[in-house]
Design a protein around this ligand. Structure first.
Ligand SMILES: Cc1ncc(COP(=O)(O)O)c(C=O)c1O
Length: 379
């Protein structure tokens, strides 16, 4: 049976070149990057080379990149790291209603500890209300944490505008750039970023490796205590193979891949909107090159997912049902989708390996699946 993987926002296939680049670091080049002998120095060189590649991609300095275990750890380190460091100066943090759980649950945890968190509204087309941001900043505000690209509906925020507001108000700015990294250009200086989170497994790199950008001069309270690795900001023997794979994945992401995904995404959206009772979630403009989030009227997203899976196609319900209680996704709720439309939402996410044939096969399968499910739907 044909297999089509359209859940690349969840994770991606590792590129063959990434596997090849990593392999020696599991065998011959197994050294600990903190050791002074040649085995250690070989590993150190690989780590520092990777650090430079990642720094260059975002116009940062290598010393501003801290390797972590992934996006979740980077978000935790950024937000808790600033909250605990600056709690003497203020206790207010601004974020939004549609952040990833790795930001929202950190915020909830900090609320329990006495921090005040403001959750900004999101417009129907998936953008943060910048006027509300301006009005929410107070003398107590120590951090603004707003995601670059949303993982469910794919909208990309204007981080340069957000950065300007933060700079004017003298507030630190963190962005969760896990979904956008290497798909949307990021210049940490132009966006006045203080901190930014990245993860390798969303761009054909390995799982369990990520990075946090921390602007020079900004101090964060470390969250993992131990050795003095990563400029004494994150203890633990470096994941050398992961770091090498991460950098290789970044190097491999080319403009032509993004253009290919953009074209395929637009075609997919156009064809999907020809179906009866479908609507696109999130603006068509300023949208990730690989995200298509669509609500189908009068069908359950999970039934669509399972029926497509039977045809070899992997999609996501856009976390539409994140619990046994069938809670609508917090992202779809934040953009004001009705619960019944939320439940009929499917997220398709492309990769550079997705072909037009894959998309056509999915469209044909969907036509059949939706018709069949609507036939048995009560309405
Ligand atoms: C926007 C966003 N932030 C953070 C994360 C967490 O990243 P990781 O899986 O590397 O911990 C994800 C992954 O789903 C994400 O999409």
């Amino acid at each position: 049976m044909k297999k089509v993987y359209l859940d690349n926002a969840a994770t991606t296939k590792m590129a063959d070149e990434v596997v090849k680049a990593m392999n020696p670091y599991f065998s011959d080049k197994f050294g600990n990057a903190s050791c002074l002998h040649s085995f250690g120095q070989e590993a150190r060189d690989a780590v520092e080379n990777a650090r430079k590649i990642i720094a260059d991609k975002i116009n940062a300095e290598p010393e501003e990149i801290i390797f972590t275990s992934g996006g979740s750890e980077s978000n935790n380190l950024a937000i808790k790291g600033i909250a605990y460091e600056l709690k003497g100066r203020g206790n207010h943090i601004i974020t939004s209603k549609f952040e990833h759980p790795a930001v929202l649950n950190v915020s909830k945890e900090l609320e329990k500890q006495g921090f005040k968190i403001s959750y900004l509204n999101v417009s129907r087309d998936g953008f943060i209300d910048l006027e509300q941001l301006k009005q929410s900043i107070t003398k107590q505000t120590i951090l603004v944490s707003l995601m670059h690209a949303n993982n469910e509906i794919g909208t990309v925020q204007d981080i340069e505008k957000i950065g300007r507001i933060c700079k004017e108000q003298n507030v630190l700015f963190h962005t969760d750039a896990v979904q956008s990294f290497a798909k949307v250009g990021i210049d940490v200086k132009k966006a006045n970023l203080s901190l930014a989170s990245f993860s390798a497994h969303k761009l054909h790199g390995p799982k369990g490796i990520g990075a946090l950008y921390v602007k020079k001069g900004i101090t964060i309270k470390k969250q993992i205590h131990g050795g003095s690795q990563e400029f004494n900001q994150r203890a633990g023997t470096e994941n050398v193979s992961g770091i090498v794979g991460f950098a290789k994945a970044v190097e491999l992401m080319k403009e032509k891949d993004i253009e290919k995904m953009n074209t395929l995404r637009d075609y997919f959206i156009e064809e999907l909107l020809k179906f009866d009772g479908t609507s696109l979630n999130g603006s068509k403009e300023n949208r990730l090159c690989n995200n298509i989030s669509v609500s189908f009227k009068n069908v359950e997203g999970e039934s669509v997912l399972l029926a497509l899976d039977d045809k070899g196609i992997a999609v996501s319900t856009s976390s539409a049902c994140t619990s046994a209680k069938l809670e609508p996704s917090h992202v779809l709720k934040a953009i004001g989708l009705k619960p019944e439309d939320s439940h009929g939402t499917i997220r398709f996410t492309l990769s550079k390996y997705t072909s037009k044939d894959d998309v056509d096969y999915t469209l044909n399968s969907l036509k059949y699946v939706i018709k069949k499910l609507r036939g048995i739907s009560p309405e």
